[in-house]
Design a protein around this ligand. Structure first.
Ligand code: FCB
Length: 453
């Protein structure tokens, strides 16, 4: 096994090793202290949406067990924790009345992190839109962007003093395309029109959120977390290479271009622009404000071939077969070189601020045997991908930190609890936490790194 001490020596002096989670995936207590439903409560309670109709009612019961969970992080020796704030706890109707009890929970959490010397990286939106906002159309309505701005202000006014960084959105690709075009995530919409509206209003909300953070907490580093796709053409043919470029525009450019260049990609606009909502004067300036950092979530490459069908809609692509035969239990190809090429490609295409890997990890569903979880393939995945990150830093790319997804097994969205990504195993019957083999190794790495600095 790779020696954590030797490995730790490969990372820059100011690097952070952290773990990540998200509110709906771990908190449970969905009816506690004034919280009202979010779109994932509604979606997961509808038959046929989430595996075996699992929902977030209990999840990891982190709302009640947060101290135990912070102690676990402290024991592991990680220096940063990335979590998300639940909008439906703070503003249960999306707009209107502020729920102090919801803010109190994050107060306790942040004080707990401070007491333990762990840095706090908050995400404002990790997909739990207050259900009440669906009455206006959810993300397809411009008013939701302004509701988000208000929420960001309220949350930051109370919590920013103990944060080390904040992100507006987690993976808008998922809350836009996966949720409004492919119908896999809440609210389960399948319409290009709806998706294009959600796209622009999410981008606008990001910009308004950056404004809100800067108004109330001028010094807090603000960023955005994107699951940029490493788009790889399935062959060298001109058609497949052109398809990969279209896929880049659709899957990455629709988010990166407005934020980092102040405009939507050209071919994308030529194909779909007439179905976009009105882009009002000043929108793109709001969206394109300079960020202090950005986060990349990476799991697997996206292999693309040209879709020759006459009726194919932009980006007119089909999946190409995987190159590596190694897959995780959720079926995602394991291929670490794509992480390296992706980061380099994005820095070549865009003028990007410093980067944190805000999520990376693997799904393997091993259960404890005599109190031990032997998840060697997850450990191999981490060693492989962390090696790529160390290599990027050595080549001079501004890699600032790495957050493992996830601290513990949790509600994996449409897959429910059957897909496990944790460094810590959770027994959902007893809520017992067990550090896996991968978690022990990651803890040793974080500790070795802390000793070196
Ligand atoms: C990402 C999500 C995160 C988790 C991982 C496996 O897309 O941001 O919440 O579900 O995938």
């Amino acid at each position: 096994m790779m020696d954590p001490k030797q490995f730790a020596a490969r990372f820059p002096q100011d690097f952070l090793f952290g773990v990540a989670t998200a509110s709906y995936q771990i908190e449970g207590a969905t009816r506690a202290d004034g919280r009202k439903p979010c779109i994932w409560d509604a979606f997961s309670n509808m038959p046929g949406r989430v595996f075996a109709r699992h929902n977030g009612d209990m999840a990891c019961d982190h709302y009640n067990r947060w101290e135990e969970d912070l102690d676990l992080m402290k024991e592991m020796g990680v220096s940063a924790y990335r979590f998300s704030i639940a909008w439906p706890r703070i503003l249960p109707d999306g707009t209107g009345r502020v729920n102090e009890k919801g803010l109190d929970f994050y107060d306790r959490l942040l004080d707990g992190l401070k007491d333990r010397g762990i840095k706090a990286f908050a995400t404002l939106y990790h997909w739990d839109l207050p259900l009440a906002l669906m009455g206006d159309g959810g993300w397809t309505a411009r008013s939701t962007a302004y509701a988000f701005q208000r929420y960001a202000k309220v949350a930051m006014a109370r919590l920013a003093d103990r944060l080390d960084a904040v992100a507006t959105f987690n993976e808008p690709w998922c809350s836009v395309w996966l949720s409004h075009l492919y119908g896999v995530h809440a609210p389960g919409e399948r319409s290009m029109e709806a998706a294009l509206h959600a796209l622009h209003y999410t981008n606008l909300a990001h910009g308004l959120g950056v404004d809100a953070v800067r108004q109330v907490a001028g010094n807090l580093p603000v960023g955005l977390v994107l699951n940029a796709h490493s788009v790889v053409p399935g062959s060298d043919s001109e058609a497949d290479r052109a398809a990969a470029e279209r896929a880049h525009q659709f899957h990455n450019g629709a988010f990166f271009d407005p934020v980092f260049r102040g405009k939507y990609p050209e071919a994308f606009m030529a194909a779909l622009g007439d179905r976009m909502p009105k882009i009002e004067d000043g929108d793109l300036e709001i969206i394109a404000q300079k960020l202090d950092w950005w986060g990349l979530n990476y799991y697997t490459p996206m292999r693309i071939a040209d879709d020759r069908a006459e009726a194919a809609e932009f980006p007119a692509t089909v999946p190409a077969p995987p190159v590596s035969q190694t897959k995780t239990d959720i079926g995602w190809e394991v291929y670490s070189p794509a992480l390296g090429s992706l980061v380099k490609e994005l820095y070549a295409r865009y003028d990007l601020p410093p980067c944190y890997i805000t999520e990376n990890g693997a799904c393997y569903n091993m259960e404890p045997v005599a109190g031990e979880v032997d998840d060697q393939p997850r450990l191999d995945y981490y060693i492989d991908h962390l090696g790529v990150v160390a290599g990027l830093a050595a080549e001079g790319l501004p890699m600032k930190g790495y957050f493992a997804w996830s601290l513990m097994d949790n509600f994996e969205w449409a897959e429910g609890y059957r897909m496990r990504f944790g460094l810590v195993h959770v027994d959902y019957q007893t809520q017992k936490r067990t550090l896996k083999k991968s978690g022990k190794w990651y803890a040793a790495l974080a500790q070795a790194f802390a000793q070196k600095t």
